[in-house]
Design a protein around this ligand. Structure first.
Ligand code: ZN
Length: 556
């Protein structure tokens, strides 16, 4: 009896493991060939060098650190022989950076916040104080909602609170004439509010960077602070009134927003493109120094494999963009309408380098919007980022998710890389391409407990993780640009198998008729898209295989 129970349990445990890490589907021969040539060529050290370089700067479109990062990436591409140009667009708002941002106790001079120690503590759009700084009382408004301000005189003071800097700004500076704010506002997934529930000592020191409105009337300032610093101020406030000294020296810039456009031209259908995008702005090592470094390393790997004649040039053009998140993509799509119409597939690379042992989350493929983005499915949980707004009528199936996932799993077979997916949520450059009707997905990591914080530094970045993502995206991009008829036939099988697996999965999680119908429609369209996979003229054999697979799918 005992042995029998054990055998049954072992069997159940085994099938659960298999379901979690379901066996990787075979990738088409063309993808396997590209994978074999690219897997040793994506240089993690070169990607890490870009992360470290960009970490020097708080990059904001139009500011010197943004432009220096653009120049550095462009030089890396040019040195490797990739065709590269820099395009310029109108910037969002004004560029901004700062040289001094210091808060100290006025009496003891003890420094509470500074650029040297905290790097991103001053809020974007903070104006300079008069040279030498100002002195003012600091007033604690607790949570910082409107009632918390009642009975407190904050005019001419600095406001401390746990609301967002934007909210404290509206209530304190705009409505009541405060000089500036210090906010400990932080997302719940970074740390719990209650220190008794902290799981790591650095939760005392972590804060999320932020911004205040660009306000030429108030000309105020905002700071973000850790709980440790806020508590230090509150300890003093228990004894009596406290004055702080604040010195800010900041600079605004009106230059254009620069974007790198690098291309490996296609030989069969050069007007058709596979586009890959990483964003330069923001201060983080992982967000998105890692995406920028990964994209450079994979572009150079492709260029080298082609130059060394280990891989043929792609059939479609491979386009690599580095710019201002979302706005840059929108500007590129608007400036090149003919190219935009013929973009076949798009990959967004954002937060691709997380050292998951430190940051917490795993690698995720945020899928092109499929039915799991419309109907919550137990098998497809959303991240802490939260669901996007996707309507059933917007869905149009393509091969992108299943092909890229198969290639990621191919990489995982060799390296033990943990690959998961989440339904479409949106927020980075893939959103702009999706809105332009292009099948687009995001390669990222979440939850990252250092997301948008002072602690998103190079020590949280893993070169091996960037290599995994770089190899997978390079393989997928080359394959989607260069597939043969045989590859397309193999892809029909891959998509048909993925459709069967999805319908079988949905049978185990009580899918309604509406949901099953949506998946059949989505996969029927995904099969259609395989007819356009091979660049150049359509193949009758592929079209026949698609028609057969669609008949089988609709008969299920
Ligand atoms: Zn990002």
């Amino acid at each position: 009896m005992h042995r029998l129970v054990r055998a049954v349990l072992t069997g159940a445990a085994l099938s659960a493991t298999l379901a979690a890490q379901s066996p990787a589907p075979a990738v088409p021969a063309g993808a396997e060939r590209a994978y074999a040539e690219l897997k040793e060529r994506v240089d993690g050290a070169a990607a890490m060098e870009i992360v470290r370089y960009m970490d020097q700067y708080w990059r904001i479109s139009g500011n010197p650190g943004f432009n220096a990062s653009i120049d550095r990436i462009r030089d890396g591409l040019t040195a490797a022989g990739v065709e590269t140009r820099v395009e310029e667009f109108a910037s969002r708002g004004r560029g901004w950076d700062y040289q001094i941002g210091t808060v100290s106790f006025a009496d003891t001079g003890e420094v509470l916040l500074s650029r040297e120690r905290d790097r991103v503590s001053l809020c974007i759009n903070s104006f300079s104080t008069p040279a030498g700084g100002i002195e003012a009382p600091i007033i604690d408004v607790g949570a910082g909602s409107a009632p918390d301000f009642e009975g407190k005189s904050v005019k001419g003071a600095v406001v401390l609170g746990s609301a967002s800097a934007q909210q404290l700004w509206q209530q304190g500076v705009k409505a009541r004439g405060a000089l500036g704010v210090i906010s400990t506002g932080i997302a719940r997934y970074i740390r719990p509010n209650d220190p008794a529930r902290f799981t790591s000592p650095d939760q005392w020191d972590v804060f999320q960077w932020g911004s205040v409105p660009y306000d030429t009337d108030a000309k105020g300032f905002g700071f973000k602070a850790s709980l440790r610093v806020a508590n230090k101020i509150r300890e003093r406030l228990k004894i009596g009134a406290v004055r702080v000294k604040v010195e800010v020296q900041s600079t605004f810039y009106d230059g254009p927003s620069r974007m790198i456009v690098a291309e490996i031209p296609g030989t069969v259908a050069p007007d058709e493109r596979i586009v890959m995008v990483a964003h330069v702005q923001e201060p983080g090592a992982n967000d998105d120094g890692s995406g920028c470094g990964t994209l450079l390393a994979l572009a150079v790997a492709l260029q080298k494999a082609i130059a060394e004649k280990r891989l043929p040039p792609p059939g479609r053009t491979l386009t690599f963009l580095w710019g201002d998140e979302n706005r840059g993509s929108r500007a590129w799509l608007t400036a090149h309408p003919e190219q935009a119409k013929r973009v076949q597939y798009m990959f967004s690379l954002d937060m691709t380098g997380e050292d998951t042992a430190k940051t917490g989350g795993t690698f995720l493929v945020e899928k092109q919007a499929d039915p799991s983005a419309v109907w919550a499915r137990p098998s497809d949980p959303h991240t802490a980022w939260g669901a996007g707004e996707v309507k059933a009528a917007e869905l149009e199936g393509s091969l992108l998710n299943d092909v890229h996932l198969a290639i990621c799993r191919r990489r995982a077979q060799d390296t033990g890389w943990v690959v998961k997916t989440n339904p479409y949520e949106g927020g980075s450059d893939h959103t702009e391409f999706k809105n332009a009707g292009v099948p687009a997905l995001l390669d990222w990591h979440f939850t990252d407990r250092y997301y948008h914080t002072n602690l998103d530094r190079p020590d949280k970045t893993s070169p091996a993780e960037m290599v995994n993502v770089g190899v997978a995206v390079a393989t997928s991009a080359w394959f989607l640009a260069s597939a043969t008829e045989q590859d397309a036939l193999a892809t029909v099988r891959l998509i048909a198998n993925a459709a069967s697996a999805r319908l079988a999965l949905e049978a185990t999680q009580a899918a309604t008729h509406e949901i099953l119908t949506a998946w059949r429609k989505w996969y029927s369209e995904a099969l259609d898209s395989v007819g356009r996979l091979k660049p150049g003229p359509r193949s009758a054999a592929v079209d026949a295989a698609i028609a057969r697979a669609q008949r089988d799918l609709l008969a299920r």
